[in-house]
Design a protein around this ligand. Structure first.
Ligand code: ADP
Ligand code: MG
Length: 477
């Protein structure tokens, strides 16, 4: 058995190596960790809270344990025993005395060796106040529990859940891409709720890209960039930015966001960003930001399938205390296909109208109400319309387009048509496959992705697409 002194020495030597590998992030996290002892093949550690424990476990422990095993010269198999205590007598790293909240607001937290964990009491109060403010801002119904998971959004859901510390592989950054009304903001709220519920001390910064921009402009105007950077870099454990497409063309804000992003990601702090497009499709966004966005995981949210839409209607009805039959739920889900917000709106309108007029929500009533919204739906274009437009643009026959012909120009026209159907009509991949000569859904998927990619890179492809889009627009008039 190891006596305490030897245990201590071994710990110090092991810890030194870990510290030397990433000093800034080491200080960040190990000021929330206390060493309690090493002996009998057991390493005892206390963490300030579960958040710190999980982080250290995931990011530092394998290296530490490996080194300790080496130093002990034993067969390995060191066991780590964790304790949690909000007060640590002797944390591995000490905070430099701040005295108050005006900590050294070094731009670029990653270069600062000033630890931000644990927080001095005043700052702790500040975190609590900020988190209370954030909680008040969140929609209490937008939680993970209230999010209906289906094939169209399961990856986004799982990744969001993991970045909130819910388990599963955590990707950083996480980029959630999807059309309007498909649940991006709901998932962002859910991440924030979970973080705030489970890690009271985590400093969660959740803003829209618009708010980030306004904060930045205000900071510039009032010479408060230090405060701005303290908020977004030094005092931020999780950064959630909604609707990043708002940064389009705002070069100075993009520059600032780029540095914010780098500072946080160097410390491996979770960053989640949403947009209504894939990173590569973002307009007037510098390449270096786009490449940052794609460096973790890009998870898309597609239009939900019928079954998921029915489940969403049921869930919403439940949450709002609206009683409707299954036939109504199905009717709603069939009538409004491409936007969950609209689906939800139709349900609420139906319930409101029924309670105002005293009419029960039966099929007849629901049909007549939905008939009023249906003509405004943008889905009056069909797959055939798109196929026709593509054929006449490329001077092909529909038979050729749907044939098994793999000739380059025919295959390209087919891919373009699939892409447009996906964009315009939100067809699912199996639907697309079927509509294009009974092809496999994976063929449809790679066709869409290929054209998506080419559109950004190749001006000629973009010109073809624009010409066809124009053709479609004039056919609609
Ligand atoms: P986005 O930010 O993508 O435009 P939101 O997150 O604001 O969309 O979602 C619009 C509405 O649809 C919200 O009320 C949200 O709760 C709801 N919604 C979207 N997807 C789902 C889902 N899978 N389960 C439950 N509600 C959903
Ligand atoms: Mg949104």
């Amino acid at each position: 058995m190891q006596d305490t002194t030897t245990g201590n020495d071994i710990w110090l030597r092991a810890v030194e190596r870990t510290r030397s590998r990433s000093p800034a992030s080491f200080e960040q996290w190990f000021s929330g960790i206390q060493f309690d002892g090493l002996g009998d093949g057991v390493l005892e550690l206390t963490a300030r809270d579960e958040f710190v424990r999980d982080w250290v476990k995931d990011h530092f422990l394998p290296d530490l344990v490996e080194r300790i095993d080496q130093l002990l010269g034993g067969p390995g198999g060191l066991r780590v025993e964790w304790h949690i205590s909000s007060h640590l007598d002797s944390p591995v790293c000490r905070d430099e005395p701040h005295g108050d909240d005006s900590r050294a607001a070094a731009p670029g937290a990653s270069n600062s060796h000033t630890s931000v964990f644990p927080l001095p009491p005043r700052s702790e109060r500040k975190v609590r106040a900020a988190n209370a403010e954030l909680t008040a801002m969140l929609n209490p119904k937008h939680t993970f529990g209230n999010f209906v998971v289906g094939p169209s959004n399961e990856l986004a859901y799982a990744a969001a859940f993991a970045s909130a510390g819910g388990g599963g592989p955590r990707y950083n950054p996480l980029f959630l891409a999807g059309g309007t009304g498909l649940g991006k903001t709901h998932l962002m709220n859910a991440i924030a709720h979970k973080m705030l519920d489970e890690r009271a001390q985590a400093r969660v910064v959740y803003v829209s890209a618009e708010r980030f921009t306004n904060d930045f402009i205000e900071a510039l105007q009032h010479h408060r960039m230090d405060d701005f950077r303290t908020r977004y870099r030094n005092e931020c454990d999780v950064l959630l930015v909604d609707d990043i497409q708002f940064l389009a063309g705002r070069e100075q804000t993009q520059e600032e966001f780029f540095h914010t992003f780098n500072a946080l990601s160097e410390l491996d702090k979770p960053i989640v960003v949403t947009a209504d497009k894939y990173p590569q499709q973002l307009q007037r966004m510098p390449e270096r930001l786009v490449s940052r966005f794609t460096s973790g995981l890009v998870a898309d949210i597609q239009v939900p399938q019928l079954e998921t839409r029915v489940a969403i209607v049921r869930k919403k009805a439940n949450l709002e205390g609206i009683v409707i039959g299954d036939d109504i739920a199905v009717l709603l889900a069939q009538s409004i296909q491409s936007n969950v917000r609209e689906l939800e709106g139709a349900l609420i309108r139906l319930a409101a109208k029924s309670s105002l007029t005293g009419r029960p929500v039966d099929l007849e009533f629901a049909r007549s109400e939905l008939a009023m919204v249906a003509p405004h739906r943008p889905e009056h274009m069909s797959v055939t319309d798109i196929q026709r437009a593509v054929c006449s643009h490329f001077r092909l026959s529909t038979a050729e387009l749907l044939s098994k012909d793999r000739h380059k120009s025919v295959a390209f026209a087919r891919q373009v048509a699939m892409y447009l159907c996906r964009q315009r009509l939100k067809c699912s991949y199996p639907e697309l496959g079927r509509a294009f000569g009974n092809r496999d859904h994976t063929t449809a998927m790679s066709a869409v992705k290929r054209v998506e990619g080419l559109r950004n890179k190749d001006p000629q492809v973009n010109a073809h697409l624009e010409a066809i889009e124009q053709r479609l627009a004039s056919a609609q008039e």
